[in-house]
Design a protein around this ligand. Structure first.
Ligand code: NAD
Length: 512
């Protein structure tokens, strides 16, 4: 047996046996209940975290409010310099932080490291962006007038994140918020509080080395009650929420109620269409990684394969074969392909979904089940499974956050696209084809209705350079690259009159 270097990793990241779960940039504090974080990999208690109570929340809000007044006056490229230093620190801590992500959340070490790489990438992107927060200039219809628009910081950005990307989602929001001149309050998932504390330790180092005031990047560990306080607080200009559609529906309503802004990144139900012209070798890799990677707990996980009848049997046989070779076990051991689910509630939902699928008529060609015995003591390891289904089944319309893959047959591409779109969610989608007509139809306005549409790439994962997010019940938000920074700023149109008369727009006459 090996401890995978976990005690040393925790020490390097500043995690002790008992931690305080609130930080405004200086010392950590918290006066609420104690939370215990268990690893789904081995079922062991990793460490304890004291959570926030409402007074702790108020302290954080006050510090963030006062920090914003200073931070908004720091020139954007100087704010970019802070983000550059943050990216350098992340490079130093990459191995440790990637390992903690793997140990606390349960994704493979490779994917844990990948998540930290994504944090580094968004920092690099944001540094460049800090000199490119461009607005347009326009020609005024009035003589002697100049018109332009500019982007100003919003204020406090509240970041509520999900367990499955316990570090990257925060960094997407924080890196952009910072260069835009905002300050942030992060409420991480209560299922991965140690990842959040480790990140806060890293960012505190950067802020302290630059003598920045408290309140620029704050973190507050708590359950849904702290989340609700953030959502309903009119001091918080933007709520960036990543999580389930069920919670996102309430969050969206409550933020809109007070005319706040929100970015909603909710559940997906992602499909790959495998056409008669697909490269089946590539299709197998894309489908299997998409379905079983992160044990099916990515918002972009592949949940449905929509397969042309002519290649259906071959794909089916090759999938069964590929699933037979999957190694399930400790994600810190790089020989394993599939790690555990996050907790026993998730295992229960997985089992319930299999049962519902069977009741609706699903035919399992690879059976599921919970693993027991040596190495599976946490009770969170399950077998990835595959069922032949109809797209219309209730369970197929629903996002189950587990490695259950559904197979659906089609005859024409129009039918396949209709099936792909016929779910409430609209996050990621893909087509496997070497035929230009098929690819272009899929990408056209009559094609995929998702925020992400790929050709000859699976549904799972994305680069930070593009705008990330989805339509319909996925919430409509966009995060990360492209011009997404505009969501984090308020737009102002300015008209300046440099003459001695006051002409009105549209030629309106008003003489005194
Ligand atoms: P969840 O909705 O249970 O929790 C998400 C966060 O919301 C947690 O921090 C939680 O404490 C908080 N929360 C719960 N109730 C709240 C309330 N009433 N008000 C405010 N905050 C509240 O989601 P989860 O199980 O952690 O994550 C899995 C889900 O996240 C999946 O549906 C997945 O698809 C989705 N997800 C989406 C994206 C995306 O970019 N679209 C990315 C990652 C995860």
């Amino acid at each position: 047996t090996t401890d995978y270097g976990i005690p040393q990793m925790l020490k390097n990241l500043g995690i002790s046996n008992e931690n305080n779960g609130v930080s405004a940039g200086g010392a950590f504090f918290a006066t609420g209940d104690m939370l215990e974080s268990f690893s789904p990999t081995d079922g062991k208690l990793i460490s304890k975290v004291k959570t926030a109570n409402p007074e702790d929340y108020q302290t954080v809000i006050e510090k963030a409010k006062s920090a914003f007044k200073e931070f908004r006056m720091v020139p954007a490229p100087k704010r970019g310099e802070l983000v550059r230093q943050f990216g350098l620190k992340l490079r130093e801590y990459k191995d440790d932080l990637g390992k903690l992500v793997s140990y606390e959340m349960g994704k493979s070490l490779q994917e844990g490291l990948g998540e930290v790489q994504e944090m580094i990438d968004i920092c690099d992107f944001a540094v460049g962006l800090s000199r490119q927060l461009h607005g347009y200039t326009m020609h005024s219809e009035r003589p002697g007038h100049r018109m332009y628009e500019q982007y100003h910081p919003l204020g406090i950005v509240g970041i509520i994140s999900a367990f499955n990307f316990p570090v990257a989602v925060w960094s997407w929001n924080t890196a952009l918020s910072w260069i835009c001149g905002n300050v942030t309050i992060w409420k991480p998932s209560e299922k991965t509080p140690l990842c959040a504390i480790a990140c806060q330790n890293i960012i505190n180092e950067v802020l302290n080395e630059n003598n920045m005031p408290e309140g620029i990047s704050t973190m507050i560990v708590g359950d849904h009650k702290i989340g609700e306080m953030l959502v309903s607080d009119k001091n918080v200009a933007l709520i960036s929420f990543t999580g389930s559609t069920k919670v996102g529906r309430t969050v969206g309503k409550n933020v809109a109620e007070r005319f706040g802004k929100s970015i909603l990144e909710l559940g997906g139900n992602n499909a790959i269409i495998i056409t008669e012209n697909a490269d089946l070798d590539m299709s197998i890799i894309g489908a299997v990684f998409g379905a079983v990677g992160t044990a099916g707990q990515r918002c972009t996980s592949t949940r449905r394969l929509i397969i042309h009848t002519s290649v259906y049997d071959e794909m089916k046989n090759r999938l069964v074969q590929a699933y037979g070779q999957l190694k399930i076990g400790n994600p810190l051991d790089e020989n394993n392909h599939v790690g555990p689910l996050i907790d026993k509630d998730a295992v229960k939902q997985y089992l319930d979904s299999i049962e519902k699928c069977r009741q609706e008529g699903g035919n399992f060609i690879v059976e599921g089940g919970v693993l027991e015995g040596d190495g599976y003591e946490s009770g969170c390891y399950v077998k990835p499974c595959i069922a032949e289904v109809e797209n219309s089944y209730g369970i197929v319309q629903h996002e189950t956050f587990a490695p259950i893959l559904y197979l659906i047959k089609y005859k024409t591409l129009e039918e396949a696209i209709a099936l792909q779109n016929d779910v409430p969610q609209g996050l990621s989608s893909a087509i496997m084809t070497q035929n230009l007509r098929e690819a272009e139809l899929f990408l056209s306005q009559a094609g995929s209705d998702c925020g992400i549409a790929n050709v000859n790439i699976g549904t799972s994962g994305a680069e930070i350079g593009g705008a990330f997010g989805g339509e319909k019940e996925t919430g409509g938000g966009r995060e990360s690259g492209s011009d997404v920074w505009k969501y984090y700023m308020r737009r102002q149109t300015n008209t300046i009159n440099y003459t001695a008369s006051l002409p009105l727009a549209q030629g309106i006459k008003f003489d005194l």
